[in-house]
Design a protein around this ligand. Structure first.
Ligand code: NAP
Length: 308
């Protein structure tokens, strides 16, 4: 056992997966949880996710680890509400997909004697809610931590041991750098998927059901990504605004270059470009971050899709 009592605030995909994995590996003495809606709390109780509490105060009292697993925009208000109920020496971590804005919103509410270690598991699916979680979600995935300069090494070491117990690998990063990296690897790709599915939706009105009926693998993968939780992704873009806009600006420039190559019949340019991008895919597979196997439905427990 690494923590005596872990409190999960928010009971969706990420918190649910943590609860299953912690229980399976015996990492926590007790696991309590709270979600804002009665409906979510009822479902969590029904499936035995954790000890579900009817107030945040009750969930966090005496906990030695508190995990904030709500949308990025809700982290600050949640932290403000639990601050006065935290036990001295406790650690607060979060799983938000954006780090700098979460630090700005949460850190001012952290009481003296409580540790705050921001984090982000690079694992997820397009499903959300308390039923979406599964124990193997984090297996062999990265879990990035963006500790603050005054982070207590012992508290950090303990959290890293929990993450290792969940099956993930940790890495440390500065928050602003994290946000830029994730804008490239996750946030901009999600926006592009949302856009492409939006384009097809417009086209559907022209071509009837053909877009759905004959949807090719590439488009199907876009639709999977574009089925991700709207609240979570709204918050990601609102809170990682600058990095996302920077990457989208670069993306638009590249798109125009490719558009021009197509218009001018510059096959050499297209071939060279696609050869370079193919090497990136090979690198991802070699790094163990995906498999060759097509898995457009992304069966739970199989290789995880692009995380938030
Ligand atoms: P989720 O399945 O949609 O669950 C979100 C939870 O947050 C629900 O329990 C929900 O409560 C609660 N919540 C929503 N809005 C709230 C608010 N305004 N105040 C308080 N509670 C609120 O989400 P998730 O996928 O687990 O994501 C949780 C966090 O992990 C997010 O910050 C996300 O950026 C990050 N993350 C997600 C992924 C991914 O792929 N999904 C990957 C890595 C990190 P109700 O059900 O009662 O509404």
């Amino acid at each position: 056992m690494i923590y005596r009592k872990v409190a999960l605030i928010g009971l969706g995909l990420i918190a649910g997966s943590m609860a299953h994995a912690m229980r399976e590996a015996g990492l926590a003495g007790r696991i309590t949880g709270y979600a804002r809606s009665r409906e979510t709390r009822d479902v969590a109780r029904e499936i035995g996710l954790c000890e579900v509490c009817d107030s945040m105060a009750e969930a966090v009292s005496d906990a030695d680890l508190i995990v904030l697993a709500v949308p990025v925009g809700a982290m600050g208000p949640v932290m403000a509400e639990i601050a006065s109920h935290l036990a001295p020496g406790a650690t607060v971590t979060d799983v938000g997909s954006v780090k700098q804005s979460v630090i700005d919103a949460v850190a001012p509410h952290i009481p003296k004697g409580v540790h705050f270690i921001p984090g982000h598991p690079l694992a997820g699916t397009e499903h959300s809610g308390p039923r979406a979680g599964f124990a193997s979600l984090f297996r062999n995935r990265w879990w990035l931590l963006t500790p603050l300069p005054d982070t207590d090494p012992a508290a950090l070491d303990r959290l890293e041991r929990l993450i290792a117990g969940l099956g993930a690998k940790t890495d440390m990063m500065e928050a602003a750098h994290h946000d830029l990296v994730l804008a490239v690897t996750s946030h901009a790709p999600h926006l592009i998927a949302y856009t492409m599915v939006g384009v097809a939706d417009h086209l559907r009105r022209v071509s009837g059901e053909e877009v759905i009926q004959y949807s090719a693998a590439g488009f199907r993968d876009f639709t999977r990504i574009a089925a991700s939780d709207p609240t979570m992704w709204r918050d990601v873009f609102l809170h990682n605004k600058e990095a996302t806009l920077d990457i989208l600006g670069r993306f638009t420039e590249e798109l125009f270059v490719l558009q021009r190559a197509i218009r001018m019949g510059d096959g050499q340019h297209l071939h060279d470009y696609f050869t370079r991008t193919r090497a990136i895919r090979r690198g991802i597979i070699e790094a163990g971050q995906d498999t060759e196997a097509p898995d457009f439905g992304r069966i739970a427990g199989a290789a995880a899709p692009p995380p938030g």
